[in-house]
Design a binder for this molecule. Structure first.
Ligand SMILES: NC(=O)c1ccc[n+]([C@@H]2O[C@H](COP(=O)([O-])OP(=O)(O)OC[C@H]3O[C@@H](n4cnc5c(N)ncnc54)[C@H](O)[C@@H]3O)[C@@H](O)[C@H]2O)c1
Ligand SMILES: [Zn+2]
Length: 433
């Protein structure tokens, strides 16, 4: 593999500073509660209005969004809901007789409360509001809290508020960043404590979730967006370039990577990308130019097997394949958050409307997890029960293993049962028996 362009920075750049800062904000909010969260909202977002959106504020959001956009939001919600329902249906309760009389099962139980984060700093991530809340509701979460950063004097973007509302959020908080995550986790402003946090966000949001993980479940580590395109000689350089530029606009620290098995195509893309970036509106241009300069990479691989190895090592959040033989790629690729096969689909479709969730693992987390799905809001728990007769074998084995481990109390829980159920029988329950 050869780099035609290599990034001077990696996704881990600057992590330590963020961690210290976020930890101290979390500590302060935990100690000081609502007032400190409010103060941070003023400090970071210049907002001092209502934190929990009232019923009137929620209803009023509909009047501030065009009919066409409201239709689009419901269209996206319905697609996300359909796919989430299919996921829910694939999670089955099971019951199995392990040995005669010993029956065990597996059961899916949704968490009682969840917290969803819809980013809103640089862009107004309406789609994140849809992805998180809809999925939590399909999973069966009773209380879904959701938050998004407010704008000075206004509260959160009306389209985000409208989306959170029509997707079924139970509590909506005008809070962003660490203070939003803290409020949902610590149960501030009267909202129930979230047991799972979901949703993407900037490095402060992602770090807050990581620090709190353990006390609360998290969907995954979803930080600054990453995108990779794998392209062969059949790909259209202009479309490949558009897809890279499209995702680089997320932020100055959003990596976009191209792996090509064709040098000519790679060179064409390398040539087109800067021009396409130049042509974007000002804010988008600034983000994309910085992302491309600092994090963009173009790699040429000898063949598609090498492309798979390199791609699997990066484990990109989004992975597009614009190459022949899509079935081969689907069968061969292992590490990605979400895969987009063929030129006819693209990351932006998945980001906004198509259905599979856009909250996805970044920074290599795709090595061990997929993206947000109903399963992230559901605990797969087990249960078991037994007949008295089955105690004969289980009880003896349990007593002996427990004694071998030195756990006499455990052993005696078996002893008392064996004595009760089989009063006339004699068992050798010593570890050496
Ligand atoms: N992985 C995914 O699935 C996915 C999807 C969509 C968006 N994203 C990512 O979400 C992120 C959105 O970021 P954003 O910043 O626009 O919005 P955001 O809502 O994540 O963050 C805004 C908040 O950041 C906090 N903040 C800003 N500066 C701060 C500072 N110096 N110290 C402490 N806190 C500070 C503020 O409280 C503010 O409310 C992007 O990185 C984007 O790539 C990821
Ligand atoms: Zn995107």
């Amino acid at each position: 593999m050869e780099y035609l362009k290599k990034a001077p920075k990696t996704a881990a750049t600057g992590e330590r500073d963020v961690r210290d800062k976020v930890q101290s904000i979390l500590d302060e909010i935990e100690a000081g509660g609502d007032d400190v969260a409010r103060a941070y909202t003023m400090k970071f977002d210049g907002y001092d209005g209502e934190i929990i959106a009232s019923a009137e504020t929620r209803a009023a959001s509909a009047g501030k969004v065009s009919q066409k956009l409201k239709d689009d939001i419901r269209y996206a919600r319905d697609n996300v809901r359909r796919f989430a329902e299919a996921q829910r249906a694939s999670l089955k309760d099971t019951e199995y007789e392990i040995i005669p009389g010993l029956i065990a099962g597996q059961k899916q139980i949704p968490v009682l409360a969840a917290g969803c984060y819809a980013p809103g700093g640089r862009y107004s991530h309406v789609a994140s509001a849809i992805m998180t809340v809809t999925t939590a509701k399909v999973a069966g979460v009773k209380h879904v809290s959701a938050c998004s950063p407010p704008k000075p004097g206004e509260g959160m973007h009306p389209a985000i508020l409208y989306a959170l509302d029509v997707c079924g959020a139970d509590t909506i908080l005008n809070l962003g960043g660490v203070q939003g995550i803290a409020a949902m986790t610590f149960g501030l402003f009267g909202t129930p404590r979230a047991r799972v946090l979901a949703g993407p966000g900037n490095q402060f949001v992602a770090e807050a979730k990581r620090i709190l993980f353990g006390r609360v479940g998290i969907d995954m580590f979803a930080g600054p967006t990453e995108s990779m395109v794998i392209a062969d000689a059949t790909a259209d350089a202009k479309i490949v370039a558009a897809d890279l530029v499209g995702q680089a606009e997320h932020g100055y620290n959003s990596p976009v990577w191209l792996i090509s098995t064709d040098r000519t195509l790679a060179e064409q893309v390398l040539d087109i990308v800067p021009r396409m970036i130049d042509d974007l509106p000002e804010l988008n241009k600034e983000n994309a130019a910085k992302a491309w300069q600092d994090y963009g990479e173009v790699m040429v691989c000898d063949d598609r097997d090498e492309a798979v190895r390199v791609s699997d090592e990066y484990a990109s959040e989004h992975l597009q394949v614009q190459a022949a033989d899509l079935d081969w790629w689907l069968a061969s690729l292992n590490n990605y958050g979400s895969l987009f096969l063929g030129e006819e689909t693209t990351v932006a479709y998945g980001d906004k409307v198509s259905g599979p969730n856009h909250v996805l693992p970044t920074k290599g987390a795709a090595h061990y997890t997929g993206g947000l799905s109903v399963g992230k809001f559901i605990k797969t728990v087990t249960w078991q029960k037994s007949t008295r007769e089955a105690n004969r074998d289980i009880g003896q084995a349990c007593a002996r293993i427990s004694r071998l481990e030195g756990m006499e109390g455990h052993a005696r829980t078996a002893d008392v049962r064996l004595a009760k159920y089989f009063p006339t029988e004699v068992f050798d329950l010593s570890a050496s028996g």
